[in-house]
Design a protein around this ligand. Structure first.
Ligand code: IMP
Length: 190
């Protein structure tokens, strides 16, 4: 069975290919003829992953799935959430986003946060959604050099290291994205 992973992230594409056996051929967007920017204008993580998958399904008529992730901080009423990529403004980088979060969290005692990934699969026109969550806390300052995005300021529950202090293998064994992908893979090959 051929399924398109609606992402422009080569790392994510490679990761999923290693998790599925030969019964599934994962196609990139380019391989199904899609070279355009995917829309991502909804106000929820579920909505954005659905919007991206629907776009590819409708326009290119292929089975597909898309993911969307956000960091949800309890003391900030779930922010940055669906706005995680551009929390500090349209042209911001991950550093700007972390500086803003650390500033907003300066006086907060409640440090609880979670990363949440939603994957939407559209298989023969039927929508299926899968979720992966990792709970943890926001640190008072950045720690570690690995990873990307908010990894230096997030410490998962039950661990001493921040995500950015873990190597890729350690992070991938507990991460939100890994859990969502695991649920997807279990559904595709029970
Ligand atoms: P995306 O939906 O996977 O593109 O993620 C949206 C944004 O969430 C990214 O631009 C990052 O800022 C943040 N993010 C997603 N996953 C992670 C992660 O594993 N570590 C740190 N930040 C992440």
């Amino acid at each position: 069975m051929q399924i398109c992973f609606a992402t422009n992230n080569k790392g994510k594409l490679q990761e999923i290919k290693t998790l599925l056996d030969r019964n599934f051929t994962i196609k990139s967007l380019q391989e199904v003829g899609c070279n355009e920017e995917l829309p991502e204008t909804r106000t929820t993580i579920e909505g954005n992953s659905l919007q991206k998958a629907e776009f590819v399904w409708r326009k290119y008529n292929v089975n597909c799935f898309a993911d969307d992730t956000g960091l949800e901080i309890e003391a900030l009423n779930g922010e940055p959430g669906v706005y995680s990529a551009r929390y500090a403004g349209p042209d911001c980088n991950p550093e700007d986003n972390m500086v803003l979060i650390l500033e907003k969290m300066k006086e907060k005692e409640n440090r609880k946060a979670q990363f949440r990934t939603c994957i939407t699969l559209i298989l023969n026109g039927v929508v299926h959604q899968f979720e992966g969550i990792v709970k943890g806390e926001i640190l008072y300052q950045k720690r570690g050099e690995h990873g990307f995005g908010y990894d230096p300021i997030f410490k998962p529950e039950g661990h001493e290291k921040s995500f950015a202090e873990m190597n890729m293998e350690e992070k991938n064994s507990i991460s939100h994205r890994a859990k969502a992908v695991e649920a997807l893979v279990k559904f595709l090959k029970p």
